[in-house]
Write a protein that binds this ligand. Structure first.
Ligand code: HEC
Length: 114
Protein backbone atom coordinates (compact mmCIF):
# COMPACT_ATOMS: atom_id res chain seq x y z
CA UNK A 1 0.00 0.00 0.00
CA UNK A 2 2.68 2.39 1.05
CA UNK A 3 4.57 1.85 -2.20
CA UNK A 4 1.48 2.50 -4.29
CA UNK A 5 1.00 5.78 -2.48
CA UNK A 6 4.62 6.63 -3.17
CA UNK A 7 4.20 5.83 -6.83
CA UNK A 8 1.11 7.98 -7.03
CA UNK A 9 3.02 10.79 -5.43
CA UNK A 10 5.84 10.38 -7.89
CA UNK A 11 3.48 10.40 -10.84
CA UNK A 12 1.71 13.48 -9.56
CA UNK A 13 5.03 15.22 -9.13
CA UNK A 14 6.16 14.21 -12.60
CA UNK A 15 2.89 15.43 -14.10
CA UNK A 16 3.21 18.73 -12.27
CA UNK A 17 6.76 19.17 -13.45
CA UNK A 18 5.84 18.35 -17.03
CA UNK A 19 2.98 20.80 -17.14
CA UNK A 20 5.20 23.48 -15.61
CA UNK A 21 7.78 22.92 -18.34
CA UNK A 22 5.08 22.99 -21.01
CA UNK A 23 3.76 26.19 -19.46
CA UNK A 24 7.17 27.83 -19.67
CA UNK A 25 7.62 26.76 -23.26
CA UNK A 26 4.27 28.25 -24.10
CA UNK A 27 4.95 31.56 -22.38
CA UNK A 28 8.34 31.64 -24.06
CA UNK A 29 6.81 31.16 -27.50
CA UNK A 30 4.21 33.86 -26.87
CA UNK A 31 7.00 36.25 -25.89
CA UNK A 32 9.00 35.30 -28.99
CA UNK A 33 5.99 35.89 -31.23
CA UNK A 34 5.44 39.31 -29.70
CA UNK A 35 9.11 40.25 -30.06
CA UNK A 36 9.15 38.83 -33.59
CA UNK A 37 6.30 41.07 -34.70
CA UNK A 38 7.93 44.09 -33.09
CA UNK A 39 11.19 43.36 -34.92
CA UNK A 40 9.36 42.84 -38.20
CA UNK A 41 7.48 46.12 -37.97
CA UNK A 42 9.95 48.51 -36.38
CA UNK A 43 12.77 47.12 -34.25
CA UNK A 44 14.91 45.51 -36.97
CA UNK A 45 17.18 47.98 -38.77
CA UNK A 46 16.03 48.31 -41.49
CA UNK A 47 12.62 46.91 -40.54
CA UNK A 48 11.42 43.89 -42.53
CA UNK A 49 8.10 45.66 -43.20
CA UNK A 50 9.90 48.24 -45.34
CA UNK A 51 10.62 45.55 -47.93
CA UNK A 52 8.19 42.70 -47.28
CA UNK A 53 4.45 42.20 -47.30
CA UNK A 54 3.07 40.11 -44.43
CA UNK A 55 -0.63 40.19 -43.60
CA UNK A 56 -0.35 39.48 -39.88
CA UNK A 57 1.92 42.51 -39.47
CA UNK A 58 -0.16 44.68 -41.82
CA UNK A 59 3.06 45.13 -43.84
CA UNK A 60 2.96 45.97 -47.53
CA UNK A 61 6.61 46.39 -48.51
CA UNK A 62 7.14 45.49 -52.15
CA UNK A 63 10.91 45.18 -52.53
CA UNK A 64 11.27 41.60 -51.30
CA UNK A 65 9.02 38.56 -51.78
CA UNK A 66 5.51 38.47 -50.23
CA UNK A 67 6.10 36.30 -47.19
CA UNK A 68 2.50 35.02 -47.07
CA UNK A 69 3.19 33.47 -50.47
CA UNK A 70 6.74 32.29 -49.82
CA UNK A 71 5.77 30.70 -46.48
CA UNK A 72 9.36 30.09 -45.39
CA UNK A 73 10.06 27.81 -42.44
CA UNK A 74 11.98 29.28 -39.50
CA UNK A 75 15.32 27.85 -40.68
CA UNK A 76 14.96 29.54 -44.06
CA UNK A 77 14.17 32.90 -42.47
CA UNK A 78 17.12 32.59 -40.08
CA UNK A 79 19.47 31.71 -42.95
CA UNK A 80 18.39 34.78 -44.95
CA UNK A 81 18.87 36.99 -41.87
CA UNK A 82 22.32 35.65 -41.07
CA UNK A 83 23.75 35.43 -44.58
CA UNK A 84 21.73 38.10 -46.36
CA UNK A 85 20.28 37.17 -49.73
CA UNK A 86 20.33 39.16 -52.97
CA UNK A 87 19.36 42.76 -52.21
CA UNK A 88 18.52 41.90 -48.61
CA UNK A 89 21.26 42.81 -46.13
CA UNK A 90 22.51 40.44 -43.44
CA UNK A 91 21.22 41.25 -39.96
CA UNK A 92 23.96 39.31 -38.23
CA UNK A 93 25.76 42.42 -36.97
CA UNK A 94 22.67 44.22 -35.69
CA UNK A 95 20.45 41.43 -34.36
CA UNK A 96 21.04 39.02 -31.47
CA UNK A 97 20.65 35.25 -31.91
CA UNK A 98 17.53 35.48 -29.74
CA UNK A 99 16.02 38.19 -31.93
CA UNK A 100 16.83 36.25 -35.11
CA UNK A 101 15.12 33.21 -33.59
CA UNK A 102 12.09 35.30 -32.55
CA UNK A 103 11.50 36.94 -35.92
CA UNK A 104 12.13 33.63 -37.72
CA UNK A 105 9.54 31.88 -35.58
CA UNK A 106 7.09 34.74 -36.04
CA UNK A 107 7.41 34.89 -39.84
CA UNK A 108 7.25 31.11 -40.29
CA UNK A 109 4.19 30.78 -38.05
CA UNK A 110 2.04 33.65 -39.29
CA UNK A 111 2.89 33.20 -42.99
CA UNK A 112 1.92 29.54 -42.87
CA UNK A 113 -1.13 29.85 -40.61
CA UNK A 114 -3.85 29.24 -43.13
C1 HEC B 1 16.08 46.35 -47.87
C2 HEC B 1 14.95 45.47 -48.09
C3 HEC B 1 14.78 44.27 -47.22
C4 HEC B 1 14.70 44.23 -45.84
C5 HEC B 1 14.82 45.36 -44.86
C6 HEC B 1 14.43 42.84 -45.50
N1 HEC B 1 14.36 42.07 -46.63
FE1 HEC B 1 14.00 40.08 -46.71
N2 HEC B 1 14.35 40.09 -48.71
C7 HEC B 1 14.57 41.22 -49.48
C8 HEC B 1 14.79 40.81 -50.87
C9 HEC B 1 15.04 41.75 -52.04
C10 HEC B 1 14.70 39.41 -50.89
C11 HEC B 1 14.87 38.49 -52.11
C12 HEC B 1 16.33 38.15 -52.24
C13 HEC B 1 16.61 37.23 -53.40
O1 HEC B 1 16.00 36.15 -53.44
O2 HEC B 1 17.42 37.60 -54.26
C14 HEC B 1 14.41 38.98 -49.52
C15 HEC B 1 14.23 37.67 -49.13
C16 HEC B 1 13.76 37.28 -47.88
C17 HEC B 1 13.39 35.94 -47.53
C18 HEC B 1 13.45 34.71 -48.45
C19 HEC B 1 14.77 34.03 -48.33
C20 HEC B 1 14.86 32.82 -49.23
O3 HEC B 1 15.42 31.82 -48.79
O4 HEC B 1 14.37 32.88 -50.37
C21 HEC B 1 12.97 35.97 -46.24
C22 HEC B 1 12.46 34.80 -45.43
C23 HEC B 1 13.11 37.34 -45.77
N3 HEC B 1 13.59 38.10 -46.81
C24 HEC B 1 12.78 37.77 -44.50
C25 HEC B 1 13.09 39.04 -44.01
C26 HEC B 1 12.95 39.44 -42.62
C27 HEC B 1 12.40 38.56 -41.51
C28 HEC B 1 13.42 40.71 -42.53
C29 HEC B 1 13.57 41.58 -41.30
C30 HEC B 1 14.43 41.12 -40.24
C31 HEC B 1 13.78 41.14 -43.87
N4 HEC B 1 13.59 40.09 -44.72
C32 HEC B 1 14.26 42.39 -44.20
C33 HEC B 1 14.60 42.52 -49.02
C34 HEC B 1 14.59 42.91 -47.71
Amino acid sequence: MESIKMMKKTYTLAALLLSAVAGFAHADEAAQMKRGKELFLTAAVPACAVCHALKDAGAEGAIGPVLDELQPDAARVARALKDGIGAMPSFKATMSEADIAAVSLYVSKVSRAK
